[in-house]
Design a protein around this ligand. Sequence first.
Ligand code: AOF
Ligand code: ZN
Length: 367
Amino acid sequence: MVVKMNEAFYMQTALQLAATALGQTGINPVVGCVIVNSGVVVGLGAHLMRGEAHAEVNALRMAEGKTNGATAYVTLEPCSHYGSTPPCCDALIQAGVKKVVIATLDPNPLVAGQGVAKLEAHGIEVSVGVLELEARSLNEKFNYFITSRLPFVTLKTASTLDGKIATATGDSRWITSSKAREEVHAMRHQHSAIMVGVNTIITDDPSLTTRLDVPALHPIRIIADSTLQLPLDAKLLHDKLAPVIILTTTQANADKRQQLELLGVEVIDCGDGLQVDLSLAMRLLGEHNISSILLEGGGTLNGAMLKAKIVNKIILYVGAKIVGDPNAPSNFNFTGVNLMADAVSLEQVHAEMVGEDIKISGYPIYK
Ligand code: AOF
Ligand code: ZN
């Protein structure tokens, strides 16, 4: 294999190092770092877990003794603040690094340009912007959470060509092929939490865990259940595979709440109304350090979340099938718009094939 040796080449490696840790850094970003001295790669590092060493520090450790005059390629601006670890800027300065190539600035208000300023103040040459879009997209959940303290919501849904998520009898196995379903399990690993409506539990009794060929992380399971209809024998209440959070209202039955709490479930009140206040729910989940949610709801929850303008990204798998019947449930149920000009539209739309299915993704634009 002959590779083109340039800044993008080293940054690509740093991005791959970062990507390996997607899903395991909690509210922290994924970050990768490659250190090169006189044309030789001397250190590789990634940030693996919140509370543990940052990418630069891991890479500098590997490169020990060979860092003087080196160039560091980092996917995120090195931090300038004291968090769980001392500032990476200080470590780079002390190691005698001559140049730092950065993909993108850190949106964390505690850093946000101060890292670059500190490096430059110590005579280090800094450049920002190599593979910037790739780096920003890798941390899209972190970027949103760190500036809003709200979880980044990815709405994932699968439908037929006629927009149905089941037949009129309720059968939905399967709309898409196993390849698409496997991708969805990787997505579960890469989100802090998964969210469904209580009707999904009543109908399917799912476990909402991550099932892949290799061990993976299970998301926290969130159920929107305004009137606490969740059956006490639901599988996910007893498997102890991941925490369960129920979103309800102060109106819900106090006895049922107590029964659920006795099973180890956290019940969160989201307003005093008849239905869960979804915007308030997002604020409260953000306070619980849930930085990303994979929404796998049915049409009603999908519609309500979209209407509340709290869906950040939509991923739709379309199976090339047609089931017909106006009574078959569809993807998004909400009071529709009268004019096409008022429809929710997506930006940065991307389409690709996944096995036999069509995958469409994009970001809703809210007016
Ligand atoms: C870096 N390199 O590898 C990471 C950075 O809680 P702490 O101390 O780990 O700090 C987390 C913050 O530090 C996080 O919000 C982000 O701004 C930055 N993460 N910075 O230079 C890294 N993971
Ligand atoms: Zn750092």
